[in-house]
Design a binder for this molecule. Structure first.
Ligand SMILES: [Zn+2]
Length: 101
């Protein structure tokens, strides 16, 4: 498939192109991280990992996820330090990857 497809970010509605050679899911995750991380700096968003409004108001005082330059709440940060969850298991990521569930 060489057809270019785009995917819309469910957070900000911004479109991004799906590249070849990378699965849409993988690309979506990368895109999600960078868009969500940029948005986190501008406004207080729910924790992308647990989906709760448990983030500190200063984004940089939250835990930095090992999945990328994206902040998660302290509870998720502590959990990730001991028992890291695959990013596909994050609440927001699951909702976006499987909108029907
Ligand atoms: Zn959390």
């Amino acid at each position: 498939m060489s057809q270019r497809r785009t995917c819309s970010c469910p957070v900000c509605g911004q479109d991004f192109a799906l590249k070849e050679g990378i699965s849409p899911e993988e690309y979506f995750i990368t895109g999600f991280i960078s868009l969500y991380a940029a948005r986190q700096k501008e406004e207080q968003l729910p924790c992308p990992c647990c989906g709760e409004n448990s983030m500190r108001s200063t984004v940089t005082s939250n835990a930095l996820s090992r999945h990328g330059d994206i902040y998660i709440c302290d509870a998720c940060g502590a959990e990730e330090a001991t028992c890291p969850k695959p990013i596909k298991e994050w609440v927001l990521m699951k909702a976006f990857l499987n909108p029907k569930n």
